[in-house]
Every structure is written in C-alpha cells, then in structure tokens.
Design a protein around this ligand. Structure first.
Ligand code: MN3
Length: 239
C-alpha cells in the first residue's frame, strides 16, 4: 500500500465504501457538511453597472455558480477526500469514469467563477502594475495589443467557454488562450497559471448585450481589478 499516493488511496477507499452496503461509511459521506460552498461576492449585485447589469449578476452568481457548487458536491458525495479544487482540476483521471465528466464541468465551473468574481471591481480605468506591465510589454508589445488579442480570442471562440491571460511557468511568459465549456488552463497544461479569465458563455452577457459578445468583451476591461491580477502574477512568476 505504501506505493499508493495517499490521496488516491483515500479516494479509492471512499469509493469502495460508497459502493458497499456499509451504513456507517455511507453516512459519513452523506452527512458531512458540503465540501464546497459558494464564495461571498466581494461587491453588491449592482456594483458592476453599467458594464454588467444587476439582473445578470443575480442570475449568474446565484443560479449558475450555485448550480456548479451543488452539482460538484453531489458528484463527490461518495469520495471521502477529493482534495482541494486545484488538486481535483489537475488530477481528473483519479476519479472514476461515471463521475469524471460531472466533476470536470462543475469543479471547473466553481473554480472559474470564483476567480472571475475576484478579478472584477466597480468600474474604474485601472492599469497593471510595474512588473506585470513589463511582462505584458515583453510578450505583446503593449496593453492595447494584449486587449486586442484577448478580445479576438474570446470573440472567435465557438460555443461556450472562457478566454484567459495565463503565465507559462516553463516559458516564463504570458499568453492568451481559450478553453471550451468550463475547462480552464490548469487542466490543459500543468505549466499554466490562470491570471485573468472572462466568461464567454451567453449567460454572462446576453440580457444586456444580446448577441454582441464583442461589445461585452471590450467593455469588460473597465471592471478588471489589476491589483488582483498583479498579485496572481507575482505568485505565479515567483516574484
Ligand atoms: Mn458563467
């Protein structure tokens, strides 16, 4: 047994308990408090107006994000120790096939939206700090070019998904990328650290912008909290 990764062993043990008719083991998993909870929104529902309207925020946070959290907890109900959200996202193959898709979609949805809310603050024309600006200039030339690439990538994404600014730890460089559905960069490549992401699902903008995703992507920069993005950059780049 010492050759097992501890977390994998606990997962397997939890699943075995969930499959066997052992009341005590089952009740532990079923009666524990929720593994994951909706994080508190760091501002009021109307705080992001006029860029994102109050009704969109109420539904997006209260219905969509809450839905991902609830479904994630349900999917993991028979897993005793799934680890942190990051652990889950970077090791999806550790979960059995019958729950893997649900874990992927809902853990991704919970992670992406948590990062998304924290990336925004009431409209103000903020700017990246010195170190992040330097990395942006090195990779994109200037902030305007980063914004253009980010908007083009998000606008060109077919169907639902996310557009990201990431730090590649191996290359020591920033990049812009998209992911489908509720996937995120952590799932794509272990070298990638998401610094900023924008939600390109229609539920993020349709009430206010209808089919004009490009207008939403362009207006959204006013909300970006560059202090938060800068701290993520410092952590990811080990500055
Ligand atoms: Mn969303």
């Amino acid at each position: 047994m010492h050759t097992f990764d501890r977390r994998h062993f606990l997962k397997l043990a939890g699943l075995a308990a969930g499959l066997l008719p052992i009341a005590t083991s089952l009740s532990i998993a079923q009666e524990r408090p929720p593994l994951f909870e909706l994080p508190k929104l760091p501002y009021d529902f109307d705080a992001l107006e006029p860029v994102i309207d109050k009704k969109t925020m109420e539904i997006h946070y209260g219905k969509h994000h809450q839905g991902y959290v609830n479904k994630l907890n349900t999917a993991l109900k028979s897993v005793l120790n799934p680890g942190s959200l990051e652990d889950i996202l970077t090791d999806l193959d550790a979960f059995p096939e019958d729950i893997r898709t649900s874990v992927r979609n809902n853990a991704g949805g919970h992670y992406n939206h948590s990062l998304f809310w924290e990336s925004m603050s009431p409209p103000r024309d903020g700017k990246p700090g010195v170190q992040l600006s330097s990395a942006i200039e090195k990779r994109f030339g200037d902030l305007g070019e980063l914004k253009t690439r980010f908007q083009d990538a998000g606008g060109g994404l077919f169907g639902s998904g996310w557009v990201w600014l990431v730090w590649n730890t191996e290359e020591g460089a920033l990049d812009v990328m998209t992911t489908p559905n509720q996937d995120n960069p952590l799932m794509t490549d272990s070298n990638l650290r998401p610094l900023l992401g924008n939600d390109c699902w229609e539920h993020a903008y349709y009430l206010q912008y209808q089919n004009r995703r490009a207008d939403y992507l362009k207006a959204w920069w006013e909300l970006v909290d560059w202090d938060v993005v800068g701290r993520r950059f410092s952590d990811a780049a080990l500055l």
